[in-house]
Design a protein around this ligand. Structure first.
Ligand SMILES: Cc1cc2nc3c(=O)[nH]c(=O)nc-3n(C[C@H](O)[C@H](O)[C@H](O)COP(=O)(O)O)c2cc1C
Length: 338
């Protein structure tokens, strides 16, 4: 059972447009135990869509890595999962939490929480179609009046799911607080497969809170890793070794940014890589003096060499400044929403 070990595993959450191969590799190098692909449409997979296939290539440096698929039709989901298996994922995850209209209004993602029978049939069809483990990522429910994650999780377990991730918010909540720890705890007591807690885990106290309040077996981290792939190592040291590792200095942060963009350019080419560099750079430099100006400059850059020069400039202007807890506060975790 890859989700269980003596210490709770830290898993990088799937994030469309963010958790590509470059970012997954980086997070593993900074302590993520497992990673998940960006979600892929089961329908597009069955059409052999090239762009979708590009999302799914997995390198040895980022394993164990799962592929997440979405859709609303058991047969198409089963076919899509089979196609995804050509990329040798370590498991297949089924998306039952996405609130985006292009997914949820077509009956997939979080809409499946409104139709538990269909959700269970999808889990059963996918579990029968592939030899690897199948898991489900869900929210607590569609809205406050219909919190049904404990029941749905049980149905998914009976249909063949081998682990359940619960993002502790309803679909209606989108990304608003609070996190519903109690429902995650109820999911944990309703199933005998591993439960992964997700929602606002961004540092050692929030990781401890999720573990203590829910009894979950593992943690999944999303936005806390944006521009901060080292969050996994930092949380692990605090949780398991009782050692408080400081936030990296600005120099270190910028070095990781460089490494990150280098990887994106390597996998996707310089043109796409530099376009994607914009959002990542904005996250890495958040809180640094002059961040707004640097953000604007990054958006005009087309060549990685120019990014290197900008990074050198940022380091030269800020190298005396550390990243203490006050600065982390300035990082403004709650402002990291896209
Ligand atoms: C930019 C972005 C993209 C996301 N894409 C996906 C996705 O493809 N599949 C999925 O199950 N969840 C997706 N999510 C939700 C996250 O996986 C996670 O459940 C959510 O952000 C809550 O965790 P956090 O508070 O640690 O960020 C996405 C979230 C963000 C911010």
């Amino acid at each position: 059972m890859i989700f269980l070990s003596d210490k709770p595993k830290l898993i990088l959450a799937p994030m469309a447009g963010v958790t590509d191969k470059a970012f997954r590799e980086l997070c593993v190098s900074y302590g993520a135990d497992m990673t998940l692909s960006e979600m892929a449409s089961s329908k597009a997979l069955t059409f052999n869509d090239k762009k979708t296939a590009h999302l799914l290539s997995i390198s040895e440096d980022e394993r164990p890595c799962g592929i997440q698929i979405f859709g609303d039709d058991p047969e198409t989901m089963a076919q899509g999962a089979k196609r995804a298996m050509e990329f040798s994922p370590d498991w297949i995850d089924i998306n039952m939490g996405c609130p985006a209209p292009k997914v949820a209004s077509n009956g997939g993602g979080s809409s499946l929480m409104k139709n538990p029978d269909l959700a269970a049939r999808i889990v059963e069809a996918v579990s029968k179609a592939v030899k690897t483990q199948v898991t489900v990522k869900m929210r607590t429910g569609w809205d406050e009046e219909s919190v049904n994650a404990p029941l749905l999780a049980k149905m998914c377990e009976q249909a063949g799911a081998k682990a359940i991730t619960v993002h502790g918010r309803t679909k209606q909540q989108m990304y608003a607080d609070p996190i519903d720890f109690e429902t995650i705890a109820r999911v944990k007591s309703s199933v005998s497969i591993p439960v992964i807690g997700n929602g606002n885990v961004k540092d050692v106290p929030s990781a401890m809170e999720m573990l203590e309040k829910t009894g979950c077996d593992a943690l999944m981290i999303g936005r806390g890793a944006l521009g901060r792939p080292w969050i996994f190592a930092r949380i692990k040291s605090g949780l398991f070794e009782n050692v408080s590792v400081p936030e990296p200095t600005i120099d270190e942060r910028i070095c990781v940014l460089k490494k990150h963009i280098e990887k994106i350019c390597l996998y996707k080419g310089e043109e796409v890589g530099m376009r994607e560099a914009r959002k990542h750079a904005a996250w890495y430099i958040k809180g640094i003096r002059g961040a707004a100006k640097y953000r604007n400059t990054v958006s005009t850059l087309c060549h990685i060499d120019d990014l290197y020069s900008l990074c050198d400039e940022i380091i030269a202007k800020n190298s005396s400044i550390g990243s203490d807890d006050e600065e982390l506060e300035k990082f403004g975790f709650n402002n990291l929403y896209l």
